[in-house]
Design a protein around this ligand. Sequence first.
Ligand SMILES: *Cc1c(COP(=O)(O)O)cnc(C)c1O
Ligand SMILES: [Zn+2]
Length: 419
Amino acid sequence: MLQNDKKKIKNVKYAECIRCGRRYEAETELGLCKCGGTLEIQYDYEKMKKEIPREKIEHSSDYSMWRYREMLPVAQGVTVQNMMVGGTPLYRCRMLGEQIGISELYLKDEGRNPTASLKDRASAVGISKARENKKKVVCCASTGNAAASLAGNAAADQLRCVIFVPANISQAKLAQLLIFGAIVFRVDGNYEEAFLLSEQVIERYGWYSRNAGINPFLIEGKKTVAYEICEQLGWQSPDYVAVSVGDGCTIAGIWKGFLDLYELNWIEKLPRLISVQASGCCPVHRSIKEGMVSKAALEGTLADSIAVERPRNREKAVRAMIQSKGLMAEVSDEEILEAMKMMGHSSGVFAEMAGAAALAGVRKLCREGRIEKGKKVVVVVTGNGLKDCSSALKATGQPMEIKPEIQCFDKIAKTLDLC
Ligand SMILES: *Cc1c(COP(=O)(O)O)cnc(C)c1O
Ligand SMILES: [Zn+2]
């Protein structure tokens, strides 16, 4: 343990392995535990209870995620970059709720982040930690959004950024990377192979790793979405929070956020998580059901952001699900596309496949009667639909064709029910 006078990260005690319990100083760069387990940042809640009254946060004029800076593991004195990450809206959606049978349904629109996905919350912390550790280059492998967010946040802070992406990355996500000036390698292989290559490169060249399954600081950024949800609901947790799962960092991060607030007595109860995976790729659910690492063949899914064969944060995700008595849903690509269309039509929020998956999962659980009536449910829309328009157009079909003549319009007008 460090001496107190050397302690630079306020309120953090240490990092602890979730598998073997071994502890590490949190003041250094951290990866996996010696045993291979994932580390978790532990806070001094007793101290925080005294020093951070809830009102102090409420009165903050910072509406980004850095409003919760004292609850984040960034050393004092490090200037955090000033992009507007976080502070996304929580919409009460009456129509959508009625359609799927939930009396209080909310959408947390994470597509409103600077690079249009929830990943910005982790990247913002990653960039600050890279600065703290005096790194000049940040690096990751990604199915798209983690990379786009790292590239954007790095550009805003003038750090160099190197990215490895799998061959199936969407055009929009690729364009984001290149526009933000990242050095991009398209790996001739899948995400798993891109990931392994990136870790070797990071180790060899001493760059800063933004691979969230490995770097324990990153999910601390993701937890801020839970803080916001609670604050937006008047410091209450919802009954359920639905989130789509790939590597498992997002769901684990969200759970950590609720746990923090519960430990601080800022909320009275914890929500239950709803983990949603694509039926063509659901290894985290298999682990929960079968209690082991299953090697079954995967058919894949159009939901690229959650098409993860070997989840890098499986243990944390499984633990979060067990602790929260979570529900699981697996949804087909057709069900995701339907939910995407429904969400757009009834709420004006455009989700990418992985974002719409969470709603599809809630809808499925409602149909099966597994979510009781009268519950308060938050669906985290993790990414914006503009990131992958070709999938969206599969849901909608093409527009009507018309000649530029009013008579042609008149003929159709009668059928439109708009007169
Ligand atoms: C990354 C991502 C997820 C899943 O997060 P994991 O940490 O990989 O489980 C879900 N939706 C979107 C849009 C994402 O980018
Ligand atoms: Zn360990």
